[in-house]
Design a protein around this ligand. Sequence first.
Ligand code: ZN
Length: 280
Amino acid sequence: MPHDPPFDAEARRRIAPVIVYPDDTLPRPDLAACRAARDGAVRGGRVVVPPREARTFRVAAGQVFRILCTEGPQVGDLNLFNAADLSERFYSGKTRALHGTHLGAGDRMWSSFPHLRPMATIIEDTLDWYGVDAWGGRVHDVIGTRCDPYTHHLLTGRDYHHCCHSNLTRALVTEAGLAPAVAEGLVHDVLNVFMCTGFTADTGRYFMKASPVRAGDHLDFTAEIDLLGVLSACPGGDCGSEHSSDAAACHPLVVEVFDGPAPAGWRPAPVNGYSGSHGL
Ligand SMILES: [Zn+2]
């Protein structure tokens, strides 16, 4: 049984919330310039990510990359690293705090401390029509961490080796020649590309539902620093039923890198301006 509410419980509940991190002081990306640069570029590298596997790709600062659904509904789990320093990596929690639970055009993927700078900016999202559905579902979340074999084993007692966490680990081992334990330690919480998720209104539980993504849909980014990306084609497929198994229909994803001049007025992201002294 819950505790008895205090006499002023309703008054406390009626207090209006405030946004934790107002972002009106952040520099605004020039999306028109970024899209113009993309449209004037040529298709460069193309990486096919097979179902239930992950692959790496590299993008120079100022270049555009695209995550493309080519065959059927498929969710992708994206990790980003500074290509020159793998300790600087995507920070999903702070990105969520700055932009919200789901990302769209104009939002940035921010890097870990002590860097905390934009790694990539989303410049176009063909699923932006989806908005929010009747369950509170939205696409491209930064809440779901990644599917992993530890949680799967905890819940089922079984091993499964093609969770996104393991796919990302194997791809990083292949790309960087790292020991598996070192690579695994670098894998981090993801941007869930194309995934449709939310929290239930009554209990606040994390839910997923079949992604609205279809062949031809894409999410485009401008790289703000030199990037090493790792993308896993989630074993959950469209994540409409289950993940962490071979049960779901899965499809490949494609990463395209565009080669061209940086957007007009664009500058590489500077490192964070905090002194780093922590008052010491
Ligand atoms: Zn997954």
